[in-house]
Design a protein around this ligand. Structure first.
Ligand SMILES: *Cc1c(COP(=O)(O)O)cnc(C)c1O
Length: 394
């Protein structure tokens, strides 16, 4: 009884601060038009940036993968769960990243969260190593740094000069700089070319979490490294495959020696059941689309939607974040106001999540609007109109 009462007190404190989160149940596939808690909604909240999560060719490939390889992998990769489907996907991803990473090899993992733990615990395995972590990094990078034996220094958001000083002053045996490429709650890009130049000068690794870049950035959708035309042996790349790629899992691409170290030593890779091979098989269809003419069309349409949203908003008190990506957050301020705005949209059948601390800094609660190539211009106009109205009337 006492145990439960203590938990309930914590939950009551969250509620008192307007921090209670609520699960909504989607009754249909991830798409702009979906049925949520039994009600039709127009959604602007998924990270399915290219609209591949419900793409017929990807669904068909998933079906084919299940027929060929079964439902589950049955074991971890090193025991017996590493299927041909995983191996073929890894070969293809390595080839995709080879313009950017020398002797590139790729490793497919169950989630991006685990991929980040895998990278940071392996590279940061020594007590005298140091992880230099960008202030706005994703929770999974923060947790990876906590789990690593290395020390952790947080550098201010986007501050290349401050990082330069920290690296110069450090006598760590291994220096690891880690950053999101696209910041997930702000939508802006990290200054990767400057960061890479610094890392090369200081002999540091640059770990890039491209969760929101893979599939959408770069001419061929290969992500932030393609966008910035980067190439270096110092790069360790993490791309997720459940966002723009529409399926699930993530991959790490790096020099073959780094990947071999992960296979030998990285506990988040070793001690977990391999993802269902059918997912890896379905991802081949996603990569076909991302890398082909349809992917290019989808990226162009997405960019045009971003322009149209920005052109249609007439905000006075709220602030649209300076972002050119599919993540278009509207900063509102207090938790209560952000929740009220989200509720106002919800009444009109529009689904936009309110993001509150600790996901973002206190006082910067926001609506996190995300656009997808599956949206139409009419749908974006509907959202902009509703946002303009709600801001004026609250
Ligand atoms: C979503 C996300 C992850 C985690 O990836 P999952 O595959 O969803 O576990 C890691 N980093 C960033 C920046 C993300 O947005």
């Amino acid at each position: 009884m006492n145990l439960i009462a203590a938990i309930d007190r914590k939950l009551a404190t969250l509620a008192a601060h307007s921090l209670t989160r609520r699960l909504r149940v989607a009754d249909s596939a991830c798409a702009p038009r979906q049925v949520v808690d039994g009600r039709p909604m127009l959604a602007f909240c998924s990270n399915d940036y290219l609209g591949l999560a419900a793409h017929p060719l990807v669904i068909e490939a998933l079906r084919e993968g299940a027929s060929r390889y079964g439902a589950g992998s049955g074991a971890s990769h090193l025991v017996s769960g590493h299927s041909r489907a995983h191996a073929l996907l890894e070969e293809r991803l390595a080839e995709w990243m080879s313009p950017h990473i020398e002797k590139a090899r790729a490793l497919y993992l169950c989630t991006g969260y685990m991929a980040n733990l895998a990278i940071l615990t392996a590279l940061g395995a020594d007590l005298d190593a140091m992880i230099f972590s960008e202030a706005l990094n994703h929770a999974s990078l923060i947790d990876g740094a906590r789990l690593a034996k290395a020390g952790v220094t947080v550098y201010p958001h986007g501050d290349v000069e401050a990082l330069d000083k920290l690296l110069a002053a450090s006598s760590a045996s291994t220096k690891i700089v880690v950053t999101d490429s696209v910041f997930s709650m702000d939508g802006n890009l990290a200054p990767l070319p400057e960061l890479l130049a610094l890392c090369e000068r200081h002999g540091a690794w640059l770990v890039v979490d491209d969760a929101h870049g893979f599939g959408v950035l770069g001419q061929n959708g290969r992500g932030a490294l393609e966008h910035f035309e980067l190439r270096s042996p110092n790069l360790v790349y993490m791309g997720t495959l459940g966002k723009a790629a529409g399926v699930g899992g993530a991959f790490i691409a790096a020099h073959a020696s780094v990947i071999e170290l992960l296979v030998q030593r990285s506990r988040p890779y070793i001690y977990t059941t391999a993802a269902p091979p059918a997912l890896a098989h379905a991802l081949q269809a996603s990569l076909d689309i991302i890398g082909g003419p349809e992917g290019m069309q989808r990226r162009a349409h997405l960019a045009a939607l971003v322009d149209s949203l920005q052109g249609a908003l007439r905000l006075k008190r709220w602030q649209l974040a300076a972002s050119s990506t599919a993540i278009q957050p509207i900063i509102i301020g207090s938790n209560e106001d952000a929740l009220r705005a989200a509720a106002g949209l919800h009444e009109q059948g529009l689904w936009v999540p309110a993001i509150r601390p600790p996901t973002v800094a206190a006082g910067t609660a926001r609506l996190r609007v995300t656009l997808s190539a599956a949206h139409t211009f009419e749908e974006v106009a509907l959202l902009a109109g509703a946002l303009n109205d709600i801001e004026r009337s609250t």
